[in-house]
Design a binder for this molecule. Structure first.
Ligand code: FES
Length: 196
């Protein structure tokens, strides 16, 4: 082969190699991208940190975790006193049939008695109950001690998310995995190291 022919062949080889490398490069991007969690996946699955330092007693804050509404209520002294008073009216007062981590299967369904962390989906058909902290509300029977009310079909829950007997919702509101990572910092979706 002439020198010109050899040079041309070399050039073609180089050009093919470059094209091949670029091709691999393009092919590699989607492959690598598939291993990196998308922003949406992170939003749906990652633990959520919540600062409750400004949450007053008797007040609730809502956050989203894995697309679900999570409520954090800082119960005041009156709310805590109401918990044992309603036990006889509840369907699952000891949370035997309900969904919660072992460390929240107790009288307050919480790690710290004053801080309730609960998923705000009615266990009947998934509606969003509303907070009804107005003690003595006439539309809820007059002796209402405060809690949550689902307007869809009338299910009632106490201030620990425990369902009242005789309503459509079958179980207590679920408690998500969570832990305190500071005095006023809660991590929702991660309970590493928390025991009952
Ligand atoms: S969805 Fe809440 S009572 Fe039916």
């Amino acid at each position: 082969m002439s020198e010109a022919g050899l040079n041309r062949r070399h050039l073609l080889t180089v050009a093919t190699s470059v094209a091949g490398a670029v091709g691999v490069g393009f092919a590699a991007v989607p492959f690598l991208a598939s291993w990196k969690p998308s922003a949406r996946a992170q939003a749906l699955g990652a633990p959520v940190e919540v600062d409750i330092s400004k949450l007053d007693a008797g007040v609730m804050v809502r956050v989203k975790w894995r697309g679900k509404p999570v409520w954090i209520l800082r119960r005041d002294a009156g709310m805590l006193e109401a918990l044992p008073a309603v036990v006889s009216e509840l369907s699952d007062p000891d949370s035997d049939k309900s969904e919660q981590p072992d460390y929240a299967k107790n009288a307050t369904r919480s790690i710290r008695p004053e801080v309730l962390v609960v998923i705000g989906n009615c266990t009947h058909l998934g509606c969003a109950p509303i907070e009804r902290f107005d003690v003595g509300a006439e539309d809820l029977g007059g002796d209402w001690p405060g809690g949550f009310f689902c307007p869809c079909h009338g299910s009632k829950f106490d201030l620990a998310g425990r369902v009242y007997a005789g309503v459509p919702a079958p179980t207590n509101l679920p408690i998500p995995p969570h832990r305190f990572i500071g005095d006023n910092l809660i991590l929702i979706g991660d309970d590493t190291g928390v025991s009952a």
